[in-house]
Design a protein around this ligand. Structure first.
Ligand code: ADP
Length: 282
């Protein structure tokens, strides 16, 4: 497709964009950037180990934590590198619970997420790259806040409805359609609603937005420039988790963010997004 493309055609993927959209490649590229530019700049992604390759390094880190007096051991999340929609994910604290039968990343679990009325949330940010050389990024100002549909509880690590914010999981939860105090029905808000919520509590939403934009730019710089490919663009879905100190963390980058309309919030956000992208490409 890339070779036979006509001047008036557009392709919605860059060859090689997988360098940030596969969980293990992303972890490796961010680690390389950390090494080159310092961990202070690149400390927005939770520490991650690619298994089984990094098994020894993981054990060293795990044991170091266990042996340090007065420090509560971390929680970890294990994710298959090339699956999506929350499939095959496992959260654990004790290594005896870690099991995997394919390449996975084991990442530090953010155990102090920002909660609204006790529910965990993350942000799905839409980022359109129309060129990697020069790097040209359009970040969509509206987006989705995705909620878990059961209250966050570190005492029940296997409850996917309390720990994972994927809509593909939560829409099958018993509480999905119910009215949840402070959240409403369903499992989504728009960014606009989230920003108004933050302002009520005196949180500087512009500063947060700035930090999130920095994460986007620093992540894309990790793979820039990609090999030149004409008439391509990429619509990435960045998953950002905010902790209880309002620090944003990059969880992953999706190369096929869901564009289906599951609810009225999707309708508000995604229709205009698609419209803007078509305008942008023309
Ligand atoms: P997938 O591609 O399967 O959706 P993600 O990396 O997006 O995998 O993880 C799925 C969900 O798990 C996220 O939306 C988030 O709610 C939760 N999650 C993933 N990684 C972490 C982490 N390091 N700390 C806390 N929650 C996480």
């Amino acid at each position: 497709d890339h070779h036979s493309i006509k001047p008036w055609q557009r392709l919605n993927h860059y060859p090689e964009a997988v360098r940030i959209t596969r969980k293990d490649y992303l972890a490796r590229n961010l680690k390389r950037m950390k090494g080159a530019y310092g961990s202070a700049l690149y400390e927005f992604s939770p520490v991650a180990f690619i298994m089984p390759n990094d098994y020894v390094k993981f054990i060293a880190e795990y044991s170091k934590e266990r042996q340090s007096v007065g420090r509560r051991p971390s929680y970890w999340i294990c994710k298959p590198v090339d699956l999506s929609r929350g499939r095959g994910i496992l959260i654990f604290q004790d290594i005896k619970d870690l099991v995997y039968d394919c390449t996975v990343i084991v990442q530090k679990y953010i155990s102090n997420p920002l909660l609204i009325s006790g529910y965990k949330l993350d942000l799905r940010l839409y980022v359109c790259v129309t060129s990697f050389c020069p790097l040209t990024i359009y970040t969509y100002e509206e987006g989705l806040v995705r909620f878990a549909t059961e209250k966050f509880d570190l005492g029940s690590l296997d409850n996917v409805y309390a720990h994972l914010t994927n809509t593909s999981i939560n829409k099958y939860g018993a509480s999905y359609k119910k009215y949840k105090e402070g959240i409403g029905c369903g499992c989504k808000w728009t960014f606009s609603k989230f920003r108004s919520y933050l302002r009520i509590f005196g949180v500087d939403d512009l500063l947060l937005w700035q930090k999130i934009n920095n994460i986007v730019i620093l992540t894309l710089l990790a793979v820039t420039p990609l090999p030149v490919a004409s008439n391509c663009f990429e619509l990435f879905g960045f998953d950002i988790l905010i902790d209880d100190k309002f620090k944003p963390w990059l969880l992953e980058v999706n190369y096929n963010p869901a564009l289906c309309l599951d609810c009225s919030i999707d309708d508000t956000v995604k229709r205009r997004l698609l419209h803007d992208i078509v305008e942008l490409l023309n």
